[in-house]
Design a protein around this ligand. Structure first.
Ligand SMILES: NC(=O)c1ccc[n+]([C@@H]2O[C@H](COP(=O)([O-])OP(=O)(O)OC[C@H]3O[C@@H](n4cnc5c(N)ncnc54)[C@H](OP(=O)(O)O)[C@@H]3O)[C@@H](O)[C@H]2O)c1
Length: 337
């Protein structure tokens, strides 16, 4: 089968290390689905995996953890899907990625694609939706039944892939009042288009801007950028008993005592935690993706594809990687077969 990855003898780990490969097709066993990939999207994790992990030698590395495609075969213990089903998923970071013609994924990590979406739209959803959903409704315990309606959420770095879904899910499911941060006219306009109630600039004083907007403190903060840099300002802006959730690993220990006086909570969100540790509730990702699909089909949430490259090959993937690696993507970057 065709795949795109980094060959065993690659000299570097830049985007130009991505090459077209010919690999043996995998076979489905256990609870695995064999999926014919129709579209993938690129995330910052692709850049990290491409750049940072030392090359073990021997086997080429295939990246990609955001996929949409069609089930072509199912392992003997599969009960949720059948050949012909259209599915979307992030999968597991411990397995080869989805930048391949055929790909294996555990059915418990897989959702049924929104009926109203094409493959490109669906491929843009899994990582961002799972990360945003888990952060909001599991880590920070925002009510998914409207009991927190009107409470304030600050999303730092809101115009990117995760933020674009977080704004929408916070509005559609949590009924929260959303304050988004974005630094450029086009990223600010995008946040407003997705439903943010207030947009402020993370390159200016956040405390002053929130006060000027009549929201000097907030109930929830979702940090999608430099956690070390934003921790002090988050500690100032969080309300007593509020909750902060960060997705980006810190470079140094965080000053947790800054939250003590307010009895505020801090959580990490890692959307690969369930698959990485095969947690007993892995099936939750199947449920979350299905819930997101129903929100898309109901027109309450939309896919956030901003760039789409046609042609499932190394040239397209390199261009997609370059856009994400620049660090200022708006919405999602997708490559279709
Ligand atoms: N833990 C997890 O499960 C998980 C899952 C997914 C992603 N992540 C991580 O979460 C982060 C966000 O992911 P993503 O896919 O949304 O990334 P992304 O799409 O690449 O994010 C791009 C956005 O980041 C904003 N940005 C750039 N510099 C910023 C700064 N200094 N402060 C605030 N915002 C800034 C930009 O907004 P402006 O152009 O307006 O400045 C841009 O719109 C990444 O670090 C990623 O690795 C973690």
């Amino acid at each position: 089968m065709k795949a795109i990855g980094i060959s065993a003898d690659a000299a570097g780990h830049g985007a130009d290390a991505l090459v077209d490969l010919e690999l043996a097709a995998p076979a489905a066993d256990g609870q695995d689905l064999l999926v014919r990939i129709e579209a993938v999207s690129v995330n910052p994790i692709d850049i990290k995996m491409r750049s940072a992990r030392p090359h073990a030698g021997g086997q080429p590395r295939v990246l990609g953890w955001d996929a949409a495609g069609t089930v072509v075969a199912a392992g003997p213990r599969v009960s949720l899907f059948a050949p012909g089903d259209r599915v979307f998923y992030a999968g597991s970071i411990t397995r080869p990625g989805c930048n391949a013609e055929l790909h294996l994924v555990d059915e418990r990590l897989t959702g049924a694609m929104p009926a109203s979406a094409g493959f490109a739209e669906a491929a843009a959803l899994p990582v961002a939706s799972l990360a945003a959903w888990e952060a909001l409704f599991e880590r920070m315990h925002v009510s998914a039944t409207g009991n927190d309606a009107g409470k304030n959420l600050l999303v730092i770095g809101a115009a990117g892939g995760v933020g674009s879904m977080a704004i929408q899910l916070a509005k559609a499911v949590g009924q929260l009042h959303v304050i988004a941060t974005a630094s450029r006219p086009e990223s600010q306009a995008w946040c407003r288009e997705l439903g943010a109630d207030i947009v402020v600039d993370h390159r200016a004083d956040l405390v002053a801007q929130l006060a000027a907007n009549g929201r000097p403190a907030v109930d929830f903060i979702l940090c999608l950028s430099d956690t070390d840099r934003y921790f002090p300002v988050m500690a100032k802006l969080i309300k007593p008993h509020g909750h902060i959730c960060a997705l980006v690993e810190s470079r140094s220990p965080l000053p947790m005592n800054d939250l003590r006086g307010k009895s505020a909570s801090f959580s990490w969100e890692g959307m690969f935690t369930r698959s990485l540790h095969a947690t007993p509730d892995m099936l939750e990702q199947h449920r979350i993706l299905n819930r997101v699909a129903s929100l898309i089909d109901a027109g309450q949430v939309r896919s956030t594809v901003k760039h789409c490259f046609n042609g499932f090959n190394a040239a397209s993937l390199r261009r997609a990687h370059a856009l994400v690696e620049a660090g200022n993507a708006i919405g999602k970057v997708v490559v279709t077969a």
